[in-house]
Design a binder for this molecule. Structure first.
Ligand SMILES: Nc1ncnc2c1ncn2[C@@H]1O[C@H](COP(=O)(O)OP(=O)(O)O)[C@@H](O)[C@H]1O
Ligand SMILES: [Mg+2]
Length: 258
């Protein structure tokens, strides 16, 4: 079963083409990596899927979540799907969280908004359970904390809890560990892997780091200058890259030595 199907997606700003003819599919429970250097078009591709392109940018082609076409869908349709069928975890958790709201309430909010829990009390206790499942220490106490009282890694765990609250079919992570130090990175990656496996959630994982793709994703899409230049099973692509650019990425990572 295909969860997400992107066909000939192109994004432009004025006359400038930023993403060109991007096509890929993600099956139920499948974990796909989107890799490429900074500026290659990864975030714009993800933003197109969520209907969150910045003003002035225009997308053409098709983005289907199950049977639903998302490109050109109404804001009403998109907001019904966001946080419900598709969720996203961004690079910088501080900007994604509301600084003046306790994190427990921020996890309860998407459940109340989409009516997946009957009332505030049920949503709150579900939030505490989610905090436990993303291995936040003292889930009850953490739920009462404000974002600035938590570490970067803990904030990213909160964001993951928010993203998973309504058990979405697709989770998009855009460089979720880039802002974290190396040991915390590894913990968050392990958590994303475990959480998506447990729930059979499809994952689109954006990164510039091949080692991350190798540890999390079954399939990889390599993006360069707005286009997907290579795709395939992670193992095949990493062991015998067909495109020169993929070879360069590989040589620059510490994977080749393994
Ligand atoms: N709002 C915007 N207006 C114009 N150009 C943009 C905008 N956002 C991104 N771009 C350009 O589109 C290209 C792809 O950006 P992005 O998808 O953010 O890259 P990545 O996530 O791979 O680093 C870059 O050249 C970037 O400068
Ligand atoms: Mg980006």
């Amino acid at each position: 079963m295909t969860v997400l199907r992107v066909d000939e997606l192109s994004v432009s700003a004025g006359g400038q083409s930023l993403v060109r003819d991007v096509s890929f599919q993600i099956g139920a429970g499948e974990r796909v990596g989107l890799i490429g250097e900074s500026g290659s078009g990864k975030t714009l591709t993800a933003s197109s899927v969520l209907g969150l392109l910045p003003d002035g940018l225009h997308a053409t082609g098709s983005v289907r979540l199950g049977e639903q076409e998302l490109l050109g869908a109404s804001e009403r349709t998109l907001s019904r799907l966001r946080g419900m069928e598709i969720s996203m975890v961004f690079q910088e958790p501080m900007t994604a969280l509301n600084p003046s709201m306790r994190v427990g309430s921020q996890v309860a909010e998407p459940m109340l908004l989409h009516g997946t829990r009957p009332d505030r009390r049920a949503a709150r206790s579900a939030a505490v359970e989610l905090f436990d499942s993303v291995r936040l220490p003292d889930p009850e106490g953490t739920a009462r904390a404000y974002p600035h009282q938590l570490s970067g890694g803990q904030r990213q765990r909160v964001l993951l809890a928010i993203a998973l609250a309504n058990d979405p079919a697709l989770l998009i992570c855009d460089e979720p560990t880039t802002a974290l130090d190396v040991t915390v990175q590894a913990q968050i990656l392990a958590l994303i892997l475990a959480a998506t496996r447990e729930r059979d959630t499809a994952l689109l994982f954006i990164t510039h780091d091949l080692a991350v793709v190798a540890s999390v994703c079954e399939r990889v899409l390599v993006m360069l200058d707005g286009e997907i230049i290579e795709s395939g099973g992670t193992r095949e692509v990493l062991s015998s890259p067909r495109h020169e650019y993929t070879g360069k990425l590989l040589a620059a990572s510490d994977l080749e030595a393994r």
